[in-house]
Write a protein that binds this ligand. Structure first.
Ligand SMILES: Cc1ncc(COP(=O)(O)O)c(C=O)c1O
Ligand SMILES: [Zn+2]
Length: 424
């Protein structure tokens, strides 16, 4: 028995049973290993990824499942009975036909995958639910993370739901709403005087010392990241088991973008959708745009930056999946672009005004990049397009507060209403 096995009761008696997941493999050199709390290749330190033996699966099998991500349990590294266990039951969020925004932008068919409808109002509930399910099977007793905000919300809530301890760490300068919506769940909450990349480094050191703590995006990252495939699965199913032509995804670590593409590929290879080409586009804020820079310059590696943007949820200066984002985007014929903070707030307001969707700053980044790539001709206005709204505008109110007009009060009389010019 290895030291790691000794620390994890479930793996002490063998490898964990995680549905159809069959093992882990290195994304760089392909070396394989058994399922367990491993995240880096022992040969080359490359990131590990989950492999599967998928059964024959039909659309009807999936459609018979619950209205949350567990309808895709057969395609995730989770116990087969996960749907009957206590979880936050994220997913199956709305795919909104965005005719208002499409008209504004001169597009033919546009959809918004609105992940603000999740239990803690961002797509992070998906990845956390999968990480927690796998971590529990591996015997972990504490759920932890470094976070840019939304992940902290999701980890604190998921741990409270199952009654285990959470330890979440964030940069202290986050939006007040994200601080409060984490603190309310009552776990161990650490605010750190530093950037996300500082917090991430601290988490990696702590993960080395506390091997009974599951840091969702560090030592159980291979399982966590798989949760974002469900965005791809749902988009295809909600389009009537079809893949879109183009998709625009915000980038922080880059995992969401890479896994949406993987989700599309899996559905296609399982014969659940007709195979067709799709293009993946990535969105960053200019104040934290290392992947966009690498794309523009034709680099294969991503040069870390020090973030300075109002899009704090995307402020990861050294994105773990950056090189894999470049692979996906180049392979599919997409692009990565970035927009200024002024364009982010302007796009948040456009999304609200034209479509009735109030997204957080990450949504503003995505809509801003959508506009930019339409203007440059890199996105085709005639092609069916999906954009991801990954979080809720109520968590980043300060970003739009200076530009939203709030009227002064009138007396409760018709005269005052008329005098204020509200009749027309
Ligand atoms: C709202 C929101 N959108 C997108 C992302 C990007 O996710 P990823 O790190 O998988 O690229 C984040 C990450 O924190 C986020 O909070
Ligand atoms: Zn390797």
């Amino acid at each position: 028995m290895t030291e790691t096995d000794a620390a994890h009761p479930a793996s002490a008696t063998g490898t964990p049973v995680l549905g159809n997941a069959s093992g882990l493999f290195c994304r760089e050199c392909g070396q394989t290993t058994e399922l367990g709390p491993f995240y880096a290749c022992t040969e080359c330190f490359g990131p590990l990824e989950v492999s599967y033996d998928f059964p024959r699966l039909t659309r009807a099998d999936i459609e018979a499942g619950p209205a949350n991500i567990w309808r895709y349990a057969a395609l995730l590294p989770v116990p087969a009975d996960i749907a009957s266990r206590p979880t936050t039951q994220p997913g199956y969020t709305k795919l909104i036909r965005a005719d208002g925004l499409a008209a504004e932008l001169g597009m033919r068919r546009l959809w918004i995958k609105d992940d603000s409808g999740n239990p803690t109002h961002s797509f992070k509930d998906r990845v956390v639910a999968v990480a927690l399910a796998a971590a529990t099977e591996m015997g972990f007793k504490v759920l932890a993370c470094p976070s840019t905000g939304n992940l902290a919300n999701a980890v604190a809530a998921a741990a409270a739901r199952v009654g285990i301890r959470s330890v979440v760490m964030v940069p202290a300068n986050l939006e007040g709403q994200k601080i409060l919506t984490t603190a309310v769940y009552g776990g161990t909450f650490v605010t750190v005087d530093g950037t996300y990349d500082d917090v991430n480094r601290l988490a990696s050191e702590l993960a080395g010392e506390h091997d009974d703590w599951a840091f969702v995006n560090v030592n159980v990252r291979p399982y966590y990241a798989e949760g974002s495939k469900t965005l791809g699965f749902e988009i295809a199913e909600q389009l009537g088991w079809r893949l879109p032509d183009q998709i625009v995804v915000p980038i922080a670590s880059g995992a969401q973008l890479v896994k949406i593409d993987k989700g599309f590929s899996e559905l296609s290879s399982l014969g659940l959708v007709e195979d067709k080409p799709w293009k993946v586009f990535g969105a960053q804020a200019t104040g934290c745009s290392p992947v966009s820079e690498a794309f523009a310059r034709g680099w294969d590696v991503v040069r870390p930056v020090k973030p300075d943007t109002i899009a704090k949820s995307l402020a990861i200066g050294n994105p773990a999946d950056g090189p894999y984002v470049l692979d996906v985007v180049r392979r599919t014929g997409g692009a990565v672009a970035d927009v200024s903070d002024a364009e982010v707030t302007d796009s948040m307001r456009l999304l609200a005004r034209a479509q009735g969707v109030f997204g957080e700053t990450a949504g503003g980044v995505t809509v801003g990049v959508l506009r930019k790539l339409l203007a440059s001709g890199q996105l085709d206005p005639e092609a069916e397009t999906v954009i991801i709204n990954s979080g809720d505008g109520l968590k980043t109110l300060d970003a739009v507060a200076p530009e939203v007009h709030v009227p002064s009060a009138i007396k409760p009389t018709v005269e005052a209403f008329t005098a204020a010019g509200y009749e027309g």
